[in-house]
Design a protein around this ligand. Structure first.
Ligand code: GLU
Length: 372
């Protein structure tokens, strides 16, 4: 871990803390443990590493105060009410413990929508940049009280990866009650920890098919893999590591095991933002020739498209799929669905006759596209 996430190799680190680490089963805050984590954060801060915290725990804490059953997760309304009570407690604890170390906490509550809308995303980037430049430690959570079910992250793993992109982080560490990815059900005595993953593909995902989570938060290993996929595509390395010990970040420096997801080459913040988008508005199916061209780095021309589905506007995110239904790429559409349908399968020379004017030659430009 030393090589991956130390201040020298990773000037900006996102640390995600799961609910099960912050809150006891009976709903009390694990204050002593949190103090040790904050001491680690202060240590790294002193060594020049900028840190953004993504903290879960609002729902679990609030549910205890309100006396709600099932840790506040019996219904969306319970979760949202719990979060609004718990968030005050949560940010209070972070502010207090960071202040003990001479650090200033900055709270930011964001929704999925905030990170999917390019303008708001860039605004978040600017705020984080200013806060980090001023030496503060942003403590971020999903704004659970206002986000509606369809547009919620629901888990802070993927949120942490998206925040990593927005902050321009070099690394993300997901601290929870597991010390990494295992090659089979971790309860199996034969199970082995996977130390490094080059790419989150089907072979990796199958390892967590019988996934289980602690029941306190909502993210299991599957959402951690999604987070790893989002982060690494943006060129950010991600570690899944255990927080079930005091000073969990220092433990990583001292040789504790973890799973490392290496950043993908050619990953960039903009492409990462597109690839990590969760709300995809439509899809364009392409023929084999176009599929090959896309893999070679070309833009998608109307001639290669065979079908258009969905209601999307110019600038919306769409998937590009092969005839066999395999998702090849994700990108921003240059056309509304209606016009895309009209020019689907047509050669460049035919476009003007159909649309009257041809503002753009391609359906999806390669600069606005990420191969999957
Ligand atoms: N945002 C939720 C909370 O603060 C946690 C989501 C998760 O479990 O990852 O309680």
């Amino acid at each position: 871990m030393v090589a991956h996430l130390n201040p020298g190799t990773c000037p900006l680190l996102v640390v995600k803390v799961g609910s099960s680490l912050l809150v006891e089963k009976d709903g009390a805050v694990r204050r002593d443990w949190l103090q040790t984590l904050v001491a680690d954060v202060a240590e790294r801060h002193k060594a020049g590493q900028k840190i953004v915290v993504v903290s879960s725990g609002a729902i679990a804490l609030g549910a205890r105060r309100l006396g709600f059953e099932k840790g506040g997760r019996a219904s969306l309304a319970d979760a949202q009410a719990s979060a609004s009570v718990g968030q005050i407690l949560l940010s209070g604890i972070w502010a207090e413990l960071l202040a003990e170390q001479g650090l200033t906490a900055a709270q930011m509550l964001v929704t999925l929508d905030d990170l999917e809308d390019r303008r708001r995303y860039l605004n978040i980037t600017a705020t984080l940049d200013r806060l980090l430049g001023a030496g503060a430690v942003p403590v971020i959570n999903e704004n659970d009280s206002v986000a509606t079910e369809e547009i919620r992250f629901g888990d802070n793993d993927r949120l942490a990866a998206r925040v990593g992109q927005a902050a321009g982080a070099n690394g993300v560490v997901l601290l929870s009650d597991v010390d990494g990815l295992y090659d089979r059900d971790p309860r199996d005595p034969e199970a082995q920890l996977v130390p490094e993953v080059a790419k989150v593909d089907g072979r990796i995902r199958i390892m967590v098919s019988g996934d289980s989570s602690s029941g306190m938060g909502s993210g299991g290993m599957a959402s951690k893999l999604d987070a790893a996929d989002i982060a690494t595509r943006a060129g950010i390395g991600l570690a899944i590591a255990s927080g079930l010990r005091a000073n969990p970040l220092a433990a990583l420096d001292n040789g504790a095991s973890y799973t490392w997801f290496a950043p993908r080459e050619g990953g960039s913040a903009r492409k990462g933002w597109i690839g990590g988008r969760l709300s995809v508005k439509g899809r364009i199916t392409v023929d084999n020739g176009a599929a090959k061209a896309l893999r070679g780095g070309a833009s998608l021309l109307p001639a290669g498209a065979t079908a258009v589905q969905g209601e999307f506007r110019r600038g919306d995110v769409i998937d590009i799929v092969s005839i066999d239904g395999e998702t090849l790429a994700r990108g921003l559409s240059e056309y509304d669905a209606g016009d895309a349908t009209l020019i689907c399968g047509k050669r460049s020379g035919e476009l003007e006759g159909i649309l009257g004017a041809v503002p753009r030659q391609v359906l999806v430009h390669r600069d606005q596209m990420v191969l999957l």
